[in-house]
Design a protein around this ligand. Structure first.
Ligand code: IPE
Ligand code: IPE
Ligand code: MG
Length: 249
């Protein structure tokens, strides 16, 4: 274990890290390749980050792999991405199982091609009882859609007389999101140099610490993640209180 890993492990670990894995296309184009070359090379970054998060003992890692808006991309790119998903699951599943990784997904599974749904569901089922790192793949995910689905479910309960409007609290909304059992992210990272959220986890990141990295996703490695976690451990999260109040706790 490297020095920085030892240092991080002696501090307070984030429970949940969420990553917007951006910059694949530009990374490839900068080298005169097709965008899809960047997606292929992005898999190595995913491998490194899962490995690094596992080594540190992080509980949850959510990876934004495909947004609802990404369905508007060229058909060939979408097909390539869906194929890459199946292939990556196929190649990595045994190693994930060996490393006690539990795989989950967030988003609308039913939007994906059937072959993807099957591969994903199989991997989710086969890792369901693993007690190491939980990796949540966000696929056909949209923060606004997740909130819309929650509002629909709550409205239905209200129509059934199970809840009155005045009983609806922020906790009610949290409890109706796709994964109410997962704590909100402590850290949100976006690679690729842009400063935006692109419809990711809108509700859940209310108090996340934000990190924007200029590194394109295919070049991102666990060492970059460790630097961010080290930085996180030196930030003061005040949650609305004063610094004095926080330090007295
Ligand atoms: C992120 O990289 C991967 C997906 C959105 C699927 P991009 O494909 O968005 O790469 P850039 O941002 O165009 O460089
Ligand atoms: C966000 O990246 C979605 C994923 C990384 C999966 P995009 O590349 O789709 O975001 P925009 O279009 O630049 O906002
Ligand atoms: Mg992008």
């Amino acid at each position: 274990m490297s020095n920085i890993q030892e240092t991080i492990r002696s501090g307070k670990l984030p429970q949940h890290i969420a990553i917007i894995m951006d910059g694949n296309g530009r990374w490839a184009q900068q080298q005169g390749h097709e965008r899809t070359f960047g997606h292929k090379n992005g898999v190595e970054a995913v491998r490194s980050i899962i490995e690094g998060a596992g080594e540190l003992g992080i509980k949850y890692l959510t990876l934004y792999a495909f947004s609802t808006e990404n369905w508007n991309r060229p058909k060939e790119e979408i097909e390539m991405l869906m194929g890459l998903l199946i292939q990556s699951i196929h190649n990595e599943l045994e190693k994930l199982i060996k490393n006690h990784v539990r795989l989950m997904m967030t988003g609308r599974l039913s939007d994906l091609p059937e072959s993807c749904q099957n591969a994903l569901q199989d991997a989710i089922d086969r890792t369901a009882f693993n007690d190491g790192l939980t990796v949540v793949l966000a696929l056909s995910y949209s923060g606004r859609t997740e909130l819309t689905d929650a509002v629909r479910a709550i409205a239905q309960k209200s129509a059934n007389g199970e809840i009155t409007p005045s009983e609806i609290t922020p906790e009610t909304i949290s409890n109706h999101l796709y994964h109410n059992e997962i704590p909100d992210p402590d850290i949100l990272i976006r690679t690729g140099g842009d400063y935006r959220i692109s419809n990711f986890l809108l509700w859940e990141i209310a108090y996340s610490e934000l990190f924007f990295s200029p590194i394109m996703w295919p070049d991102f490695r666990k060492e970059n993640l460790f630097d961010i976690i080290y930085d996180f451990q030196h930030r003061e999260r005040r949650f609305g209180k004063t610094g004095e109040q926080v330090r007295e706790q």
